[in-house]
Design a protein around this ligand. Structure first.
Ligand code: URA
Ligand code: SF4
Length: 211
């Protein structure tokens, strides 16, 4: 007996016939588009307003997100919440999601350590993100960190060089990328404050693009 059914290679096999946030969320619960469905507790789908003018895209759910089934609710999410408030963006008026919808991790002792998703996993999961974009149609799309930025803007994209810039893209009227809030948490003590301030500045620029 096999414990798991094999993955199909793409989330496209699991898309619902009609696209809406509720139908997508329900369908994504059963996704076996890639092998990560075996690793995570549950699919962590995006969350927020269907009419959200701003969509924020992270990398993948972390430990807390995996347990709670909601994006950006752990330490990085708390920092994001604070930065959004400081930048004048109401999180309840955004849509928040991830490039990959399952938590990828490896055990270290009792802890589950985050592992970066592969390009194949990002590609397999992409149909969910495309469907979220098709339904929400955000005016501004913000990639948080290199993984989301490269998935959405191309593998050549360099957040270190191009953060805060507006990137011409068919994905939304305004598209930009900044660092991932986890990078601020990992920054050296003497650099963390400056990293945070620069992150808030990037989000302030986003705030000017929405009514
Ligand atoms: N990091 C992410 O990229 N996404 C989350 O939802 C949480 C942490
Ligand atoms: Fe499906 Fe994405 Fe989860 Fe892979 S990571 S199983 S493609 S929802």
């Amino acid at each position: 007996m096999t414990l798991f059914e094999s993955e199909t290679g793409t989330a496209a096999d699991f898309l619902p016939a009609t696209l809406s946030l509720p139908t997508l969320r329900e369908a994504a619960r059963g996704c076996r588009g890639c092998e990560l469905y075996r690793l995570g507790t549950q699919t962590v789908f995006g969350e927020g307003l269907r009419e959200a003018p701003v969509m924020l895209v992270g990398e993948q759910p972390g430990d807390q997100e995996d347990i709670q089934g909601r994006p950006f609710v752990g330490p990085a999410g708390k920092l994001l919440d604070r930065a959004l408030i400081e930048a004048g963006i109401d999180r309840s008026r955004t849509y928040v999601t991830n490039a990959v919808k399952h938590f990828k991790w490896e055990p270290r002792g009792r802890r589950r350590i985050h592992q970066k998703p592969t390009w194949a996993e990002l590609t397999a999961c992409r149909p969910w993100l495309d469907a979220e974009l098709a339904v929400v149609k955000p005016r501004v799309l913000v990639c948080l960190g290199a993984t989301a930025a490269q998935a959405l803007l191309g593998r050549q994209f360099r957040v270190t060089r191009q953060r805060g810039q507006l990137i011409a893209s068919p994905l939304a009227e305004h598209v930009t990328a900044t660092i991932h809030p986890s990078a601020i948490l990992r920054a050296r003590d003497d650099q963390r404050e400056a990293e945070y301030a620069a992150f808030v500045d990037d989000l302030r620029a986003v705030a000017t693009l929405v009514p």
